[in-house]
Design a protein around this ligand. Sequence first.
Ligand code: AMP
Ligand code: ZN
Length: 512
Amino acid sequence: MNKTFKPKYELTVFNTLSRKKEKFEVLNPGYVGMYVCGPTVYNEVHLGNCRTFSSFDIMYRYLLYLGYKVRYVRNITDVGHLVGDVDAGDEGKIEKQARLEQLEPMEIVQKYTNLFHNVMQQMNTLPPSIEPTATGHLIEQIEMVKQILNNGYAYETNGSVYFDSQKLIKEGKDIYDYGAISGKKQDDLLTETRDDLKNQSEKKHPSDFAIWIKAGPRDIMKWPSPWSLGFPGWHLECSAMSTKYLGKHFDIHGGGMDLQFPHHENEVAQNVGACGCQPVKYWLHTNMLVLNGKKMSKSTGNSILPAELFSGNNNILSKAYSPMSVKFFMLQAHYASTLNITEKGLQAAEKGYLRLMEAYHVLVSLQHEGQENASGDDAQIHKMLDLAFEAMNDDFNTAAALAKLNVIIPKINALKNGRLQMDQIKASTLERMQAVFKDFIFEIFGLLDETKEAAQEDGSNLLDDAMQVIIELRQAARAQKDWATSDLIRDKLQAAGIQIKDGKDAATWSKS
Ligand code: AMP
Ligand code: ZN
């Protein structure tokens, strides 16, 4: 890409490191390197995790829309992330789940990676450019430990290697002020360091953290290294893999706010220790999805899974909500604000999503008749479209962008029913509106069309109609106690991959 590359619009982003909105200026004109901490694949992702990954998907999509060539790296944590609970000892999350489910750790990894990918697909997020795994990058991680040791930023005790936080605090201060991302003072860092290891006595200082851990007798996932048969510390993978795929210094690093400390703080420490430089120009953090006033979290049981939400099969909500209603619900908040999930909020989002999609269908059906007596409405439409982009350029504010598009919806409906004459807007305005709505809905927000109109177009509700006829015929047979016919219909459908469920009042069907 040439040096004169200009994005479609100029962007500002809130950088956690400076705690300010900054002009987004890439390191290499035309290119963006973006790393996002991915899931630890030891159980199903909950809706909070999805919020974070959907938010970064929107950023990825918008950067692409602006014309950047983006390398988006999102890792899979499949080793090293320990159970934080002291009572549980220093067991790895994946190993613990493997014991529970009586599977190989790698079967757990595969199972929950597949489920994660399914959910990401249901939410219509784009796959990252590279999705590296921690276990696939042991060599790179061991190399990084060696570099950190060589530079004197780590020490070995009894087969484990620890990062020397005090050295960074004293000598690396000019490169990175340890605590800057999380905003923690050094004293807090000390008291809040939740060490993953039982053996505190191996460390010189309580805020030192393990970068290589000697395996204990119970550990299954372990690899040879110059120090011991063991495994990498959790933070190390992100330092090693971001450096490998994006270089020592890259544009964006993202993750949920709860990762600021210790994960991101320690990631930077490791990069400074290995390379002598700060890795990231812009740190972006998403805020938490909240349920019942508390952060959604699997370990506390305060969570809802995407599948439970999409099927309606849960104790929290009265009905099912489609993936796009849920996505719309998330778009209605800025990524850096907390978002409280409630039934009311989901209902409103479902309505809002349908309203937008219906307006889009009306909009594409509108035709200009050539006459132009452009009015205030014409000017207002342009203004709102401009403001929708301004909102996105202001730290990816999807909530404000949606609000601006919503102002235009009554005008679209008025054009359809004649309350607003077509000659009141210019032909070029109609064209722009059609193009911008299409771009926002599909390219930038990544919404899919779940409306009846779309289903009709691709024939998917034809099957629904046909199934209703079959179900009625079967009900008629049952009413006459013709069990042979009723069972025949059920069995033949089952063989064709369709499951009939007899309810109290009616029968339903699903693909089996
Ligand atoms: P984990 O698999 O626990 O490492 O989490 C994956 C991602 O989801 C991380 O970026 C977390 O910060 C993020 N995350 C976890 N809980 C929530 C929540 N309640 N709301 C939003 N993001 C979350
Ligand atoms: Zn990470």
